[in-house]
Design a protein around this ligand. Sequence first.
Ligand code: SF4
Length: 172
Amino acid sequence: MSFLAKLLFKNKTQNIVSGNMDSVLIKGDELKRAVDEVFGRSLFIRLVDSGSCNACENELAALSNPYYDLERFGIKFVASPKHADVLIVTGCLTRNMLGPLLKTYENIPAPKFVITAGDCPETGGPFKDSYSVCGPVSKYFNVAMHINGCPPEPETLISGFLKFMDILKTSS
Ligand code: SF4
């Protein structure tokens, strides 16, 4: 890499990191305190793609990368519903996915909560007129929190988790 390219890359990286990281850390600290208070140390999430274009999962996956590193704020994605506190649903909910989604929810121990992420679970998004869509997700589940966006960016997701924690705190 040339000297000029290195300099441009360095400046660009510094801008990105210093610009957004402050806000991520502030929200993250708040999130950690709320998770400690409500769940006691950690909040485990099981994610189900109910029929998405995969962009929403990419944004959720970005939360686990070294930049956002959501686990340091006490939130972790888990493979088994039996270990989860929260079910996050992405996608427009296809008829094929309704059964697996209900089964996953059934296997989460109570008390359990459903969060929908992205526009699709609520509106069907670009797939809403398809014969294979049986959403919205709120027709089958009590949705505690909906996070808008197509797709919602990682910081929007963190803000959504914060609002969800506020809802839990005020209702307890
Ligand atoms: S909300 Fe947008 S990004 Fe997310 S699954 Fe639907 S179409 Fe894809």
